[in-house]
Design a protein around this ligand. Structure first.
Ligand code: NAG
Ligand code: NAG
Ligand code: NAG
Ligand code: NAG
Ligand code: NAG
Ligand code: NAG
Ligand code: NAG
Ligand code: NAG
Ligand code: NAG
Ligand code: NAG
Ligand code: NAG
Ligand code: NAG
Length: 835
């Protein structure tokens, strides 16, 4: 937290220029600048100083000649790719400037959201504008004070950067634009706020916490929509009509002043330790407001202002998002101990305080499956009364009706059956309350996404058929099939009164639909779900309400024989990680396939960051990878006939309402006998996912392993393998992967949008990248089988060592594309082609 604070001895490097300047007897204190002055952020700037904590300061103005003092100028910390124009406190210990102690403490910055690079410039123009330009001349920040009669820039002894006019009046001052800190004497005025940085290394104000003076008093908020207050130091009851107009940080106190009483005594104060030296106050990125003080030679925290305010379970992130705090311990919400379905799991089992993640994220599209976990005697760090005089049932209903509501927090009124209801849109830590010591009876209803069942509701008649189908032998089954066929013919001459029976399935075999039926079911092919090389996919609803996906294959009517053969094969394949073929239609020139409906669509919608801001978390991604591996293992190793998919890519991985992944469209797959280990075929599939041996015409199931490797990488990196929006050198993910592997910086590739992967699970993610590398071996014999992949994912086996990161290298690249097409024994599947 207080990384900037110094606890060790300091090694200091001072630029040679620094000495030169000193020798040239530049005044050591240079607090004022005139118009038409320009400074460059360059290591050769006159006052460039590197500190051993990794920070560099290049002072432009400096006030005071000894001890800790204010300076402004360029500042960087850490890797120093980017710089701030900032005000900081430095101590060079003596006027000679030889010994530097303490690390620089930034108390204000101009461009925290927009840091600049080396060779950026700051210019006080001839017309009085102060402009920060990046090295490419773009304006990163400016005071917009051109034409306002500015005559100079002054860094005051309070640490305020002031543009003044010829009467010494202030035209612009940094005190009016606070960032995350206050210095002694500085006010935080009504409407102004301090916003915490994202992290110690990222100064951006996108942090979660802010502190502002409102008409209620001093209030700290945690970011959400709308922000939720977690600390309130409200104005005393007698003065409610009057607003605090500002708070001032001063020696010994944080004082509330009311405009009407100015400049008299403060209305109220929060006492702070008396300053023995220079102090500053900062809203830290963990949401705490702390005062730091210069103790000769180092900075120390002297007080955490919120410390006494929070009991052990009161801080909004004490147990992370959705974490339930009880006596300081963190758990995840669960209905009751005997309830078998769990909706939340710990983000990290070893660190419960990191919070919980939803096993199935709430989806507004599937709001009919929203339900509540009931947590008695549970409340929240803040309670806003959104609805009054209602009962818990009405409170829950109100939450169900608003998709942004994530929980219904209810508390009973005093001795009453009704109460108040709060419907927050984001859930931070919940807390368990001791009923005896609490004034309220509070219940929290956490909204969860219920697991729904996709399988169609079976009719009574059908159940009988099912029993028959299973219990009679194969001969009887055959007779039964014949019966069904006869039934179809009969159906053709009858009308809709038997439709429901007609739609029922024979277990294990796909149902045959008539074209008319499918037209009705899909409302004349009205809702298109997607489009692929061979046709379009439409949404439909069976009479019992089951949703289905209907794929209409265009212009393939003539290949009738293979169509039926393929349908039969595909229809007989059942596995939880394979999209199930429910039925088909082959009538005149119409060829359609009916699949189970997958509410969350294809994987590409979720991993390549597009419009919706939703990001799959690590556990979900891991599960998806395992699901795909299981689906493929089934196709490769467990089917009666080995099936090679040949077109594994995110578009062909579909997700159900619980984000279980299922492989779809084994349409491209070529059926081969188990003992025939290789098959020659035409080059198919999708560029970017093709294994190198496609060029050599030796095709085994390992081409799927390769494509699977590409998909893993895409899932981990959150980008497409070939991404033309990237700069040329980064366009090919595999090439980048190789480069990063050589540099041993695989973590650079991790999806930038996913913090749990970037930080908490980084090691696991990098390990998964190695699984991908194994699957991507250019020599297909070195790739693992899919069942081996599962063993590795489940932790019972190890990844092979000595991986070759030259993924696109072709060991036997002698055969050209054209030659490949000449020999193959089977017709290309009519079901081929991407969806
Ligand atoms: C600013 O201008 C004044 C008067 O023109 C001059 O005395 C002073 O030295 C200048 N200051 C700097 C820092 O150049
Ligand atoms: C900065 O400017 C110096 C001198 O003009 C030049 O040598 C250096 O390459 C520049 N650096 C960057 C990052 O632009
Ligand atoms: C500055 O003032 C001059 C003359 O009053 C005007 O022409 C010019 O547009 C102004 N510039 C800005 C940036 O306001
Ligand atoms: C600059 O600020 C100091 C206070 O630190 C003040 O005494 C001085 O008058 C200011 N100078 C100008 C030119 O405004
Ligand atoms: C502005 O401040 C400077 C330095 O503090 C002082 O010398 C000067 O007289 C002041 N000018 C006016 C107009 O007050
Ligand atoms: C800093 O955080 C902001 C907000 O979260 C983010 O947009 C930005 O990319 C981060 N910057 C760096 C350098 O990580
Ligand atoms: C700070 O100083 C004041 C005045 O000397 C004194 O009354 C007060 O007790 C001191 N506060 C602390 C916390 O030491
Ligand atoms: C703060 O106030 C105390 C008590 O009044 C005093 O002893 C101390 O010197 C003051 N500190 C500063 C930095 O002015
Ligand atoms: C939680 O339990 C309550 C009653 O015990 C039940 O009504 C409710 O459906 C359960 N919620 C979920 C999401 O399982
Ligand atoms: C919560 O309390 C109510 C009333 O005391 C009770 O009916 C209900 O079963 C409790 N729910 C759980 C999940 O314990
Ligand atoms: C839904 O809840 C959000 C957040 O609480 C609120 O801003 C929005 O107005 C609500 N929408 C409706 C339709 O009530
Ligand atoms: C809280 O709940 C208990 C038991 O369910 C009940 O006896 C008590 O009266 C309730 N208190 C209030 C204030 O409603």
């Amino acid at each position: 937290m207080n990384i900037g604070l110094n606890r060790c001895f300091i090694v200091v490097t001072i630029c040679i220029h620094y000495f030169c300047c000193l020798v040239k007897s530049q005044p050591f204190d240079y607090p004022i600048a005139n118009l038409s002055t320009k400074w460059i952020n360059s290591p050769s700037a006159p006052h460039s100083v590197d500190f051993s904590d990794g920070s560099t300061v290049r002072a432009i103005l400096l006030r005071g000649t000894f001890g800790p003092r204010y300076a402004c100028g360029f500042f960087c910390n850490g890797n120093c790719d980017t710089y701030l124009f900032a005000i900081y406190i430095v101590d060079t210990n003596s006027a000679s400037g030889i010994t530097l102690v303490g690390f620089p403490q930034v108390v204000w910055s101009a461009n925290r959201d927009n840091p600049v690079k080396l060779n950026a410039t700051l210019e006080l123009t001839s017309d009085g504008d102060l402009i920060l330009r990046d090295v490419d001349a773009t304006i990163a920040w400016s005071t917009n004070t051109g034409n306002k009669s500015v005559v100079g820039l002054n860094l005051t002894d309070m640490g305020n950067l002031v543009l003044f006019d010829k009467n010494n009046a202030t035209v612009w001052q940094s005190f009016d634009h606070p960032t995350d800190s206050l210095v002694p004497g500085q006010k935080l005025v009504l409407g102004q706020e301090l916003t915490a940085s994202v992290s110690v290394s990222n100064w951006s104000q996108g942090g979660l916490f802010s502190l502002s003076v409102t008409d209620q008093g001093l209030v700290a908020f945690i970011e959400s929509n709308p922000p939720q207050p977690y600390y309130e130091n409200t104005v005393s009851g007698t003065k409610t009509s009057e607003e605090p107009s500002y708070v001032r940080f001063q020696n010994g106190s944080l004082a509330f002043y009311i405009i009407s009483s100015e400049p008299s005594q403060p209305d109220r104060v929060i006492f702070l330790p008396n300053a023995s030296s220079l102090q500053y106050m900062r809203l830290d990125n963990d949401g705490r407001l702390r005062v730091y003080e210069w103790m000769p030679s180092e900075w120390k925290e002297v007080v955490d202002l919120f410390k006494d305010y929070f009991r052990e379970c009161d801080f909004p992130l004490v147990c992370g998002n959705y974490g339930l705090c009880s006596g300081g311990h963190c758990t995840c919400p669960a209905n009751t101990s005997w309830e078998t379905t769990t909706y939340f799991e710990q983000i990290n089992n070893r660190q419960p305080a990191l919070g919980c993640s939803e096993k199935t994220p709430l989806s507004c599209e599937a709001s009919q499956y929203h339900s509540f976990l009931e947590l008695n005697d549970t409340t929240y760090f803040n309670f806003r009364s959104d609805l009054q005089n209602i009962d818990p049932e009405q409170c829950k209903q109100a939450c169900l009706q608003n998709c942004s509501c994530k929980a219904a927090l209810f508390r009973y009124g005093w001795n009453s059956s009704v109460g108040e209801c709060y419907l927050p849109s984001e859930i931070f830590s919940l807390k368990h309350i001791d009923k005896l010591r609490n004034h309220y009876n509070s219940t929290t209803y956490v909204k969860v996404q219920k697991v729904s069942s996709v399988s169609p509701r079976r009719k009574k008649t059908n159940r009988i058929k099912t029993i028959l189908g299973f219990s009679l032998g194969s001969l009887a089954g055959l007779c039964f099939l014949i019966g069904i066929v006869v039934f179809f013919f009969w159906k053709k001459n009858n009308d809709d009164e038997v439709e429901e029976d007609y739609l029922d399935q024979v277990p294990g075999l796909p149902t045959r639909f008539s074209y008319e039926d499918l037209k009705v079911i899909t409302e004349s092919f009205n809702k298109k779900l997607g489009e692929g090389g061979f046709g379009s996919v439409f949404e439909g609803t069976l009479t019992d309400g089951t949703k289905i996906a209907v794929k209409r294959l265009d212009g393939l009517g003539q290949i009738k024989k293979s169509f039926l053969a393929e349908v039969e094969t595909i229809g007989s394949i059942h596995h939880v990680n394979l999209v199930r073929l429910i039925g088909f239609c082959a009538e005149k020139s119409h060829r359609l396939l009916v699949y189970e409906y997958m509410p969350n669509g294809s994987l590409d919608r979720w991993i390549f960051h597009s419009s919706h801001g939703f990001v799959l978390h690590w556990q979900q991604r891991k599960k998806i990878i395992l699901d795909i591996a299981k689906g493929l293992t089934y196709l490769h190793e467990d089917c009666r006939q080995k099936i090679i998919h040949l077109d594994i890519k995110p578009q062909n991985i579909l997700l159900d309402e619980n984000f279980n992944a299922k492989v779809s469209d084994f349409g491209l797959s070529k059926l081969i006998d188990r003992d025939q280990s290789q098959v020659v075929t035409t080059m198919r599939g999708t560029p970017g996912y093709l294994a190198p041996e496609w060029l050599s015409s030796v095709i085994t199931e390992k081409v799927d392993t390769y494509s699977f490797g590409v998909v893993i990488l895409e899932i981990l990196c959150g980008r497409k393998n070939i991404d033309r929006s990237q700069p040329e050198e980064d366009m090919h993910l595999l090439r980048l992967f190789k480069k990063k592997a050589e540099e041993e910086h695989l973590e650079d590739l991790i999806d930038k949008y996913n913090e749990d992967m970037q930080i908490i699970n980084r090691e696991e993610v990098v390990n998964m990248m190695k699984v991908a590398a194994w699957c991507l071996q250019s020599d297909f014999a070195r790739r693992p089988s899919m069942s081996m992949v599962i063993k590795v994912l489940e932790g019972v086996s190890e990844i092979e060592h000595n991986l070759d990161y030259d993924f696109c290298n072709l060991p036997l690249a002698k055969v050209s594309h054209q030659e490949v097409n000449v020999s193959f024994s089977l017709l290309p599947s009519v079901l081929s082609g991407p969806r």
